[in-house]
Design a protein around this ligand. Structure first.
Ligand code: ACO
Length: 326
C-alpha cells in the first residue's frame, strides 16, 4: 500500500520582533493580559517589501535543501494561505516562479488556520492515488497586513511566517496515517475578513468601516475551538486503534495556549508531549503547524516510528487533524 510521507521540513519567520511591551505603547493592553490570556509574548512582523510568497519561498528553499532535492523534482506546489499576495494569480504560482519550477501545477487552498492540515489531507490523497510524485506544501501568512492595529483583541494575537514540507510516496508502514477535515459554515461570522471580496468590494465606505481587517468574536470562537479540538483529537486517535498514551507528540495549531492545554488535558498528555512555540510567534494561521513541525524536527523531538498528532482550528469555521507515523 502506498502512503504519503513528509520527507523534509523548512520554516521562515521575518526578522522584526514585536513584543507585548511594544504593543503596550500603542494600544490599551498589558503584557500581563496578553501572556495570561493567550501565552503569546512576541510575534514576528514581515518587512513592507515581503508578501506571503516571499516568506513561502524562504521556507520552501530550506525544505528542498534538507531533502537534497532540486526544484525540478517537485511536480505540484500547494500553498495554504488566507493572506495571499493578491486574489490571483495564486501565491503558489508566484512561489513556483521564484523557485524556478517549470513543469508543475500550482494552486492555493484557503481553510484559514486549518489550511495546512487541509493541505495534508489533499496532498496525501494525490500521492496515494499516484496523481503526483512529489508535492511541496507550504503554509504562509502575512496576517499583519489584515490586522487592525487599533482593535486590541485581535491585534495582539497574530504574527507572520511560513512553514514548508515535501511529501512523497512510501511503501513503508509510516507517513500520513490518517487525516480528518471538518467545517461548519454556519459559524462563519465568528471570524472573518469581510472586505475586499465580491460580497463587499473595496470602496471608501468599506475602508471607513475598517472591513479590510479581521473581525473576530474571540470568546465564542474560543469555546467552539476547545470543544471541537478535544473531540477531534480523541476521535483521530481512537479511529486509528491507538491510545493517547501511544502518542509521542501533539503539534497543535498555535492560537491560544489555553486551547492547547485543554486538548492536552483531555488526552491526558504530559507537557513534554505537547509542542508549544506560541510565545515566540503568536498565531500565524496556516503557517503555525509547519513552523512548529520544523522546529520539533530540528530540536530532535521527532524520531523514527513516533506517532505525531497535528490538529488545527480556524475561520470557516474549519478544523482538521492528521496522524503521522514518522
Ligand atoms: N488587552 C487587555 N484587555 C483586553 C484585550 C487586550 N488586548 N482584549 C480584550 N480585552 C478585555 C475585553 O475588553 C474584556 O474586558 P471586559 O471584561 O471589561 O469586558 C476582557 O478583556 C475579556 O475579553 P474576552 O474577549 O472575553 O477574553 P478571552 O478570555 O476570551 O480572550 C481571546 C480573548 C484571546 C481572543 C480568546 O477568546 C481567543 O483566543 N479566542 C480564540 C481565537 C482563535 O482560536 N482563533 C482561531 C482562528 S484564527 C484564524 O482562523 C485566522
Amino acid at each position: 500500500m502506498l502512503r504519503a510521507r513528509i520527507i523534509a521540513t523548512g520554516s521562515y519567520v521575518p526578522d522584526r520582533v514585536v513584543t507585548n511591551r511594544d504593543l503596550e505603547k500603542t494600544i490599551d493592553t498589558t503584557d500581563e493580559w496578553i501572556t495570561e490570556r493567550t501565552g503569546i509574548r512576541e510575534r514576528r512582523i514581515a518587512a513592507a517589501s515581503q508578501a506571503s510568497s516571499d516568506l513561502a519561498f524562504e521556507a520552501a528553499q530550506r525544505a528542498l535543501k534538507q531533502a537534497h532535492l532540486k526544484p525540478k523534482d517537485i511536480d505540484l506546489v500547494i500553498v495554504a494561505t488566507c493572506t495571499p499576495d493578491m486574489a490571483f494569480p495564486s501565491t503558489a504560482c508566484f512561489l513556483q516562479d521564484r523557485l524556478g519550477i517549470k513543469h508543475s501545477g500550482a494552486f492555493d487552498i484557503n481553510a484559514a488556520c486549518s489550511g495546512f492540515v487541509y493541505g495534508l489531507h489533499l496532498a496525501s490523497s494525490l500521492i496515494r492515488t499516484e496523481a503526483h510524485k512529489r508535492i511541496l506544501l507550504v503554509g504562509a501568512e502575512v496576517l499583519s497586513r489584515v490586522t487592525d492595529w487599533e482593535d486590541r483583541t485581535p491585534c495582539v494575537l497574530f504574527g507572520d511566517g511560513a512553514g514548508a514540507v515535501i511529501i512523497e510516496g512510501t511503501k513503508e508502514k509510516r507517513g500520513i496515517i490518517s487525516t480528518h477535515i471538518q467545517a461548519d459554515g454556519g459559524l462563519s461570522e465568528l471570524i472573518m475578513l469581510p472586505g475586499g471580496g465580491t460580497r463587499t468590494p473595496c470602496s471608501k465606505d468599506m475602508l471607513l468601516k475598517r472591513l479590510q481587517y479581521i473581525k473576530m468574536k474571540g470568546n465564542e470562537t474560543f469555546k467552539v475551538a476547545v470543544r471541537t479540538l478535544e473531540e477531534l483529537a480523541a476521535r483521530t486517535i481512537h479511529d486509528n486503534g491507538l491510545d493517547p498514551s501511544q502518542l509521542s507528540l501533539l503539534i497543535p495549531h498555535q492560537a491560544n495556549l489555553r486551547i492547547i492545554q485543554a486538548t492536552a488535558k483531555r488526552l491526558n498528555l504530559p507537557e513534554e508531549k505537547v509542542f508549544v512555540n506560541i510565545e515566540k510567534y503568536g498565531n500565524t494561521s496556516a503557517a503555525s503547524i509547519p513552523i512548529a513541525l520544523d522546529e520539533a524536527v530540528h530540536a530532535g523531538r521527532v524520531k523514527d516510528g513516533d506517532h505525531i498528532l497535528l490538529e488545527a482550528f480556524g475561520g470557516g469555521l474549519t478544523w482538521a487533524s492528521a496522524l503521522l507515523r514518522w
